[in-house]
Structures are given as structure tokens and as C-alpha cells.
Ligand binder design. Structure first.
Ligand SMILES: *Cc1c(COP(=O)(O)O)cnc(C)c1O
Length: 244
């Protein structure tokens, strides 16, 4: 029987995951860490639930979505089981209410105002929302985020806000052909992560350093990342419709 397009894509996802997991292990080991210390997130923006569910069947236990609306629209069809979801895209204040309690971590907190808005709605929902603070690493794609030299001060300020817990930092690195330059960017953020982690505050638990995407996850791991957000290298090129 001829293979359907769906089956072919399932096989691609399986093969891609195998390769990526090997690459992650190699990068971790070559920087003196356990392969299991690096968490693989499957970034699922624009990906239909059937393929997301297939990735979950292949052991993916963390997905990342960029847009509140898109995630909420797909969520009923997702067979998440033990798989968690994080929000990784820019979050507008007027969308906060909809996403509170729906994702375990909001990775893209890029202002004190947004942290306060999250606090308000988390309080109303009776939960503590875990967040990461986004660093502006100079990417064209994402001009959002705190500057590296202000993020410590901002973290300490945000840590005073109720109903949220700062779990770490995230960044979208710029496209950069020079590996040394890129590695330096990741290392600088890693150093800041360690610096903030040394501050012992109630609401700061610096566990997650979310750096690295399809094009740069191995370099990010060498630079100290413990969570890589990989989309197109798993699911293939994204096809944007204007539905979302
Ligand atoms: C889309 C996206 C990714 C994944 O990008 P790929 O290059 O497809 O791996 C990771 N992080 C964020 C914030 C994204 O928006």
C-alpha cells in the first residue's frame, strides 16, 4: 500500500527527533554535562495537532507555542498526557487572562508591567504562575526583552511581585554565522543566569536557561543552555496561514 503524506511526515518527525537527540547528547557531553540535563522542547507554532500528538508519542514532554489564540484553539485536540506546555511568544497584556493556568511556564516576560498583569490574573485564579524573563539578545526576530545589563535588577524587582515565581531566563539569539560570536552571546547570558541564581530570594528559582533553536541549539548547549526550543528541525519548515 502507498504511504500517505501523513505517514511520511510522521516518519520525518521520528527521524528528525532521533538526529536532534543525538546532537543534543553530543553537545552536552562535549561541554561536560549529562545529556539528560538538557531538556528538548518541541516548538509547535503552525503545526497541526495530529503531528504534535505524534511528537508526544515519540517522547516529547514539553511543547512551546507562541500565540495564546493558536494554543487555545489547538489545545482540545492535543493528547498532552504528561506533556507540559510553555508560552514562548510575545504576550500582550490583554491576553494574559486567557493563558493563566493553561501553560506551566510563560517564558516571554519582557516587562515589569507584564509581570504585574500576570500576577493580578494568577492571583484571581488562585495560582502561582512560573515565568522566565526574556533577554533581548539582539535578534531581528525578537526585539522584545530586557537588556542583559538591567535584567538582574529587574529580576529582583519582579521577584517582589506576588503570585509569580521567576524560574529562569530565555533568549532568542540573533542569526549569526560566526560560531564564536554566537557562543559568546550565550555565555554572557549564562553568566548572568549564574549571577542571579546566587541571589537567594524566595520567589527566584533559577532552574531554566532557555536558549537555542533549530539553527543554534548545539552552540547554545555549549554556552550553558539547559532547555532548547526546536521547531522547524523537528516538524519541517513552517507554513503560515493567516488563520492565526
Ligand atoms: C519559533 C520559535 C522557536 C523555534 O524556532 P525554529 O527555528 O523553528 O526551531 C523557538 N523559540 C521561539 C521564541 C520561537 O518563536
Amino acid at each position: 500500500m502507498e504511504k500517505s503524506l501523513i505517514d511520511m511526515r510522521f516518519e520525518d518527525i521520528e527521524e528528525n527527533l532521533k538526529v536532534i537527540r543525538e546532537n543534543i547528547s553530543r553537545a552536552a557531553v562535549s561541554s561536560g554535562r549529562e545529556p539528560s540535563s538538557v531538556h528538548l522542547m518541541a516548538v509547535t507554532k503552525t503545526v497541526e495537532p495530529i503531528y504534535i500528538n505524534h511528537a508526544i508519542l515519540q517522547g516529547i514532554d514539553l511543547i512551546g507555542e507562541n500565540r495564546v489564540q493558536e494554543f487555545l484553539a489547538k489545545e482540545p485536540e492535543l493528547e498532552l498526557g504528561n506533556c507540559s506546555a510553555h508560552l514562548i511568544g510575545h504576550l500582550q497584556s490583554n491576553k494574559v487572562k486567557k493563558i493563566i493556568g493553561k501553560v506551566s511556564v510563560i517564558q516571554s516576560v519582557d516587562s515589569v508591567g507584564l509581570a504585574k498583569e500576570i500576577s493580578k490574573h494568577a492571583g484571581n485564579a488562585g495560582i502561582v504562575q512560573d515565568i522566565l524573563l526574556e533577554i533581548n539578545a539582539g535578534s531581528e526576530d525578537s526585539k522584545f526583552g530586557f537588556e542583559l545589563d538591567e535584567v538582574k535588577e529587574k529580576t529582583l524587582e519582579i521577584a517582589e511581585i506576588d503570585n509569580i515565581r521567576v524560574k529562569g531566563l530565555m533568549c532568542v539569539a540573533p542569526i549569526c554565522d560566526e560560531k564564536r560570536k554566537l557562543l559568546k552571546i550565550f555565555e554572557n547570558i549564562y553568566n548572568k543566569f549564574i549571577d542571579i541564581r546566587a541571589e537567594k530570594r524566595d520567589n527566584i528559582n533559577m532552574d531554566i536557561l532557555s536558549m537555542g533553536m533549530s539553527g543554534d541549539y548545539e552552540t547554545a548547549i555549549e554556552g550553558g543552555s539547559n532547555l532548547v526550543r526546536v521547531g522547524s528541525a523537528i516538524f519541517g519548515p513552517r507554513i503560515y496561514s493567516d488563520k492565526h
